[in-house]
Design a protein around this ligand. Structure first.
Ligand code: AMP
Ligand code: MN
Ligand code: MN
Ligand code: MN
Length: 279
């Protein structure tokens, strides 16, 4: 059971139906497709899951912020027609659209000219434009070898080509997902420096005061010690502690579907919550 993956609808490199087919081939029984700030891949993924005989959890990974830092929030089983959530996701995607030309301008100043068309080749039909698409265009131009180098040298938060964009306040994101009948789980809470704003007290506050349903434990961005601490915290708070690959196709080489997984017990609890809220 792998509860976090991406397709070409955001910054993954496999089409939604291909992600599902690869999940089946990898031996998964359950897959959540959780593209950034959009539900657009879920119809195609759902049809493929039916054909392949695997269970698809409808998901989405929402761009939020806490204390000025980016925090990703996974939403499962929401009502996709919910007007408030839809309006907020449009705002987030508009922020993505606005940022792209500004980052291209920065790269130009750094001696790495790119056109919007060169980035759009990698965006394709995706409604959710991300920095990885810019990274892919940089690879085409020979400026960097891969996405990792593009992020490490230029695109990461605070890097020379980084430009900020609109993010939903984390507490508001949880409230929107819950109000849309969904389940809210923080993605990689201690990945890439997020621990600074998401320590144990903060995670406890978000559970007790804001209805957070859980957080990822087994994720490539967490080391063994962090996983052990997060597992203990999830158990003591009696919330979901999940595992996932955060699969991005070729976008994160070597990271295969099922690289980390969720236990049947945690998945059963997620199902119960989704069914009881009936988003
Ligand atoms: P954005 O959605 O535009 O804010 O870009 C963030 C996305 O970039 C994440 O969802 C990852 O897929 C990807 N990403 C972030 N950091 C790195 C990195 N160091 N190497 C490769 N991909 C990264
Ligand atoms: Mn991504
Ligand atoms: Mn993420
Ligand atoms: Mn992700």
């Amino acid at each position: 059971m792998d509860l976090h993956s991406h397709s070409t609808v955001s910054d993954g490199t496999d089409a939604p139906e291909v992600v599902v087919q690869k999940a089946k081939a990898a031996g998964l029984r359950v897959l959540a497709l959780t593209d950034h700030d959009t539900f657009d891949g879920l119809a195609a993924a759902g049809a493929a899951a039916e054909a392949e005989g695997i269970e698809l959890v409808p998901g989405m990974e929402m761009s939020c912020e806490l204390g000025g830092r980016s925090v990703h929030l996974l939403a499962y089983g929401v009502d996709r027609a919910n007007a408030a959530l839809d309006a907020e996701l449009r705002k987030v995607r508009a922020g993505r659209d606005d940022r792209m030309p500004r980052m291209i301008a920065r790269l130009g100043e750094l001696g790495m000219p790119l056109t919007e068309a060169e980035v759009m080749v990698h965006v394709g039909e995706a409604p959710s434009i991300g920095r990885p698409h810019i990274a892919d265009a940089m690879v085409d131009k020979g400026y960097v070898a891969d996405r990792t180098e593009a992020f490490d040298r230029f695109l990461s938060e605070g890097g020379p080509a980084y430009v900020d964009r609109y993010h939903t306040q984390l507490e508001d994101g949880i409230a929107l997902i819950r109000a849309a009948g969904g389940v809210a789980v923080i993605a990689h809470p201690w990945g890439r420096g997020s621990r600074a704003v998401l320590g144990p007290e903060e995670l406890t506050r978000l559970v007790n005061d804001h209805g957070l349903d859980g957080f990822e434990v087994d994720h490539v961005d967490h080391g063994p010690e962090e996983r052990a601490q997060l597992r203990e915290l999830a158990d003591s708070l009696q919330v979901l502690g999940t595992g996932s690959s955060d699969y991005h196709g070729d976008g994160k080489p070597g990271l295969l579907l099922g690289a980390n997984t969720t236990t049947p017990e945690a998945y059963a609890r997620l199902r119960e919550l989704m069914d009881s809220r009936a988003g």
